[in-house]
Ligand binder design. Sequence first.
Ligand code: ADP
Length: 500
Amino acid sequence: MAVVQEHEKKEILCKDWLSKPKKLLIDGKWVEAKSGKTFAVVNPATEEVLCHVAEGGKEDVDLAVKAARRAFEHGPWRTMAAYERARLMYKLADAIDAHADELAQLETMDNGKPIKESRGFDVVQTAETFRYYAGWCTKLEGETTNVNSNFFTYTLREPIGVVGQIIPWNFPMLMLAWKWGPALACGNTIVLKPAEQTPLTALRIGELAMEVGFPEGVINIITGFGADSAGEAISKHMDIDKVAFTGEDKTGKLIVQASTSNLKRVSLELGGKAPNIVFADADIDAAVRGAITGIFFNQGQVCCAGSRLFLEKPIHDEFMSKLTDRVNKIRQGNGLDENTGIGPQVSKEQQERVLKYIDIAKGEGAAVACGGLVPEDQKKGYFVRPTIFTGVHNQMRIAQEEVFGPVLAVIPFTDMESVAEQANATAFGLSGAVWTADVKKAHKFVSRIKAGTVWVNCYNVLDPAMPFGGYKTSGYGRELGKHSIELYSNIKSVWMNMMD
Ligand code: ADP
């Protein structure tokens, strides 16, 4: 008799929803793509097609931008009382909570991530991000400045206009919230393109937004592809005032080039190759757990993943033995199974990319301490075992290029000076971490590291109130916190002549 897997016993809450046609959201209505084309969305754990989704292109982007422009210039959104905008955002957050289990399953089936994470992290953070920015609606302020008694001078904080938002597949609903939250709080209107690999939770949250009463045209969703398609059309569009992008650094450069069409504002959150540095005086067990969260959370598909683990030499062997012990025990499988600790990569393409980097690391002379292969018992799905390389030096490709998968490069070090230099010797600068019991050492290190986020004795801690973004090729602009309000608003200086 065939063994029934844990996840096969689960009631799939979004089954009915998946069976219905998946269209574009333009001007408050769900419509097919002008081309009539659709594309398949695949469950990376089973390789089954979950559903087909409308493939939006340039023409559809044009229609969405028209709707967003009309909603911005003439709709009630920008002019309604700020508390009314806030109320809608709170309602959306409540609707997300009310559909938490369904959204978590959908995210897991679409992206592959463990359901414990979808439910405990993605859904929670998505709802809380909307609540955080709902609070901002009523706190946007200009200033008065006493420059000259002949003039009454003040500043107004105004929305930018129509914003294009292009998001990736690693945290589909959370990236949507990071983008929509501040954009909506400031009174902008939106054209969102989810990643082609993971468009489903955006569509479901789009439905919830319509149900709670967002005005037509404020939120538009175009599912589709990037290059030569909907994504490129957004980045080039002459009537989009700002584009926000999260994704690969190579794509980020293309977005910047395309933005020159009308010099639209650009904010970018790109890749990383974060150093995770453990000094000999650290709490080793906590640092082992932090190293695992740092690299294997979300199957290593995290831009701030701690993909370079620097270990001070005296603790190297003890640390490695504790680390590999734990990593070998991580349960891998279908994310819907409550016991799954790590799921599949998001797509076949990503699985191949990760396996290619594993071959490159082996070719460079790094040694496999664990993993390094596709799990033998997985017949279907895009799985790669959590992999750790030792004997890495910082110039190797495995230490310089973003793998975006569950692959950790371990580099021994001898002193703070050399580790700080190596930590910064990368094109990226999104994040880093240091583990030490010495507060002075921690503070010194924090100021040395060129990165937008530094964690001390922790890893991957996030909150909607704390800014997130990169130095160097990890991008520019800060999302989250009050800083994202800067990305989505303009300041107008007003001079009023008071002379008689
Ligand atoms: P990945 O290669 O990991 O999928 P990308 O940076 O290519 O990462 O994708 C992130 C997002 O950018 C996706 O929504 C994708 O469709 C979009 N995208 C990809 N290429 C372009 C492009 N040339 N112009 C605009 N958007 C793009």
